[in-house]
Design a protein around this ligand. Structure first.
Ligand code: FPP
Length: 239
């Protein structure tokens, strides 16, 4: 595949994240059931993540299932679990063969046992992989993550913490800073996703529904990222 000439492969973000949104609306537009939107969304996860790794991005985080998603109809939640299991057990094999390491943020042990077991197995099987990292948010909520960190800090008897110590209690403790968050479908919010980690992230909110966010759209998003002037609270030095 020809890569967009405007994309500078030397200046890629290290860690990008996707808030997958619009699977339902994508299906509705086509008069399909919502499940078909999720199925198409899963296909897009596969192609877009593969493309991100092929371009040279080191870490991709994905908001796959939030702590709030349990409030959807049971039928939809069950279907998502089926899709996840198939993805983790079968479709992801190609990524594992490329030395990709799977990490998870969120309490996936609350998922049905066979899904939770296959997630645990994939994490264990890839723990020594040294290639790119796919970090999935599964039963993830940022506020839960922060409260969990505080409780662990208390249990460890810490009297006070620094930013660095606090960060070391998060699911993402071993990951580089989050450079870029993309949320599809035009909604302008974070919805309880990586609130701490997003402190200095850049944001993009493309209008496309997630199933339509393909390789070319990823490249365009990365070009937009490369135009941003990231100052991290400092001022740009004048020469
Ligand atoms: C948002 O669309 C999507 C979800 C709630 C989760 C579905 C996620 C996947 C199928 C991919 C998961 C990826 C991995 C790697 C396990 P929506 O249903 O909220 O769309 P809508 O707002 O248009 O209804």
């Amino acid at each position: 595949m020809k890569i967009n000439k405007k994309l500078n492969l030397e200046k890629l973000p290290t860690h990008i994240a996707f808030i997958i949104d619009g699977n339902g609306r994508w299906a509705k537009k086509r008069e399909l059931p919502r499940s078909m939107g999720h199925k198409a969304g899963m296909q897009t996860v596969m192609t877009t993540v593969q493309h991100a790794f092929d371009l040279g991005i080191k870490v991709v985080s994905i908001y796959a299932f939030s702590t709030e998603n349990w409030n959807r109809p049971k039928k939809e939640v069950d279907y998502l679990f089926e899709l996840f299991e198939q993805y983790i057990k079968t479709d992801m094999q190609k990524l594992y063969d490329q030395n990709v390491k799977l990490m998870v943020m969120g309490d996936y042990t609350k998922f049905p046992k066979s899904l939770a077991d296959s997630i645990a197995k994939a994490i264990e099987d890839t723990k020594d992989h040294t290639g790119p990292i796919l970090n999935l948010g599964l039963n993830y909520g940022s506020q839960d993550e922060i409260v969990r960190a505080v409780n662990h800090i208390i249990q460890d008897g810490q009297q006070s913490v620094t930013k660095e110590i606090f960060t070391s209690y998060l699911y993402t403790k071993d990951l580089p800073p989050l450079d870029f968050i993309i949320r599809t479908s035009g909604e302008l919010r974070l919805s309880n996703f990586m609130l701490w980690q997003a402190a200095y992230s850049e944001f993009l909110f493309p209008k496309l529904h997630w199933p339509d966010f393909k390789e070319k759209q990823l490249e365009k998003a990365l070009i937009a990222f490369q135009k941003r002037n990231r100052r991290f609270g400092a001022i740009k030095e004048s020469k």
